[in-house]
Design a protein around this ligand. Structure first.
Ligand code: MEV
Length: 432
């Protein structure tokens, strides 16, 4: 049973672990060893990780893999991916290789505007508020200068502030709806600092100039960034889709049909897009970006027309197969973890130090490639064949298979179908 505790964050790391063991892990005799075996022997590196969050007790490892052979706008990339799901990196690599000989991926950044809002209420007349806003707008921008001046020197900053009347949906509710260009920074801190300054100025000026009080509810960026948009595409002659025993025309038509199903059927769309996010999240994580923000924004975009739908689209026109995706992505290549986490720095180096626009394109390609690989399997062999082959090692590790057992079993499953029970049976047979 859980117990309440006060002052937990003030305890030392060892005291926190002792508390955990006493209250939650008393039955687990090697709990301390499990937690401490993931500590880094380099004290400075460990301290860096300890200080990312509060109450750190250990490090949680995820594999960092790489998917080579991505050709994006005629440049070759090896893409770093952080993910636990066995088949994702293999699928990305396979899709990269497939498209490498068929013209590669083509990408384009459509826009890079980010959004933040000051949410407030005003019980008086809208016309008063409108006049007041017209007068105060330049002061809002001026008072934020100490925050924006460096960003402006580099070519970014506040693009616009609008007053939005939301009283039809919620009594007395208005917004200062601001757009920003944050260049290579993801921009959350920059935007939030600007918004809090807008709110301060707005409220102070309103007190002197408006007959009724303005109440600021909150000031926060939006993770919905439909104006920070990137497009990724692959295309080739239908005949060029041929591979081994796959008939290119049937493949192209079935593939397009599979995408159309995801376009109109939300149950399928969610799984379809989940597969896309396998690729996107893995690169977003490896490059130290905020995958929750990316997830939230992309799923909202998938529902922008009122029904949750596929992020990707496909067509066959005049014998040419085209498969593409447009997604919103707010990413940073400076600031945050990108300048702190040694593996993130390395991941960005592997990508040849992209700026945020280049990273948007790489991440979109990882998503499109992942969807291509998933649909290719789903519409031909089925997903389980490849998936279970990759999952085989996890099952073997679950049963503490020795190297010798692993070699024998992997050989056996080169020609047999992998299922959990078949693997267990194979282990038992060897061990008898
Ligand atoms: C599994 O992680 C992802 C898939 O389910 C995606 C899809 O169905 O398109 C294979």
């Amino acid at each position: 049973m859980s117990v309440l505790v006060s002052g937990f964050s003030k305890l030392s790391k060892t005291e926190k672990i002792d508390w955990l063991i006493k209250n939650h892990l008393s039955d687990q005799k090697n709990a301390k060893d499990i937690l401490t075996q993931y500590w880094n022997s380099d004290q400075k590196l460990q301290q860096l990780h300890d200080e990312f969050i509060e109450n750190t007790v250990s490090n949680y490892y995820l594999p960092l893999g790489v998917a080579p052979n991505f050709v994006i706008n005629d440049k070759i990339y090896t893409i770093p991916m952080t993910i636990e799901e066995s088949s994702v990196v293999a699928a990305a690599s396979k899709a990269a290789k497939f498209w490498q000989t068929r013209g590669g991926f083509k990408t384009k950044v459509i826009a890079t505007n980010k959004i933040g809002q000051v949410h407030f209420t005003y019980p008086g007349a809208f016309s008063d508020l409108e006049d007041f806003f017209k007068n105060v707008k330049s002061k809002l921008i001026l008072d934020a200068k100490p925050i924006t001046k460096n960003m402006e020197k580099r070519g970014g900053g506040i693009l616009d502030i609008q007053l939005k009347n939301k009283t039809k949906a919620l009594d007395n509710y208005y917004q200062l709806h601001a757009t920003f260009e944050t260049l290579d920074a993801m921009g959350a801190n920059f935007i939030n600092s600007c918004l809090e300054q807008f709110a301060k100025t707005f409220k102070a000026e309103a007190e002197a100039m408006l007959p009724m009080p303005v109440t600021v509810i909150m000031s926060i960026l939006s993770n919905y960034v439909p104006e920070c948009l990137v497009r990724a595409e692959v295309s080739c002659n239908v005949e060029d889709l041929a591979e081994k025993d796959i008939d290119p025309n049937t493949f192209a038509e079935t593939f397009v049909q599979a995408v159309k199903i995801a376009e109109i059927e939300p149950y399928r769309a969610v799984t379809h897009n989940k597969g896309i996010m396998n690729g996107i999240d893995a690169v977003v994580l490896a490059t130290g970006n905020d995958f929750r923000a990316v997830e939230a924004g992309i799923h909202a975009y998938a529902a922008k027309d009122g029904q949750y739908s596929s992020l990707t689209h496909a067509k066959i026109e005049n014998g040419i197969f085209t498969f593409w995706m447009e997604i919103p992505l707010a990413l940073g290549t400076v600031g945050g973890l990108t300048s702190l986490h040694p593996l993130v720095k390395l991941a960005l180096q592997i990508l040849d130090q992209p700026n945020s626009k280049q990273l948007m394109q790489i991440v979109a390609v990882a998503g499109l490639a992942q969807n291509f690989a998933a649909l290719r399997s789903l519409t031909t062999t089925g997903i389980q064949e490849g998936h279970m082959k990759m999952h085989l090692m996890n099952i073997l590790n679950q049963f503490n298979a020795t190297e010798n057992e692993k070699t024998q079993i992997i050989e056996h499953f080169k020609t047999n179908i992998v299922t959990h029970s078949a693997v267990v049976e194979a282990i038992e047979n060897i061990r008898q």
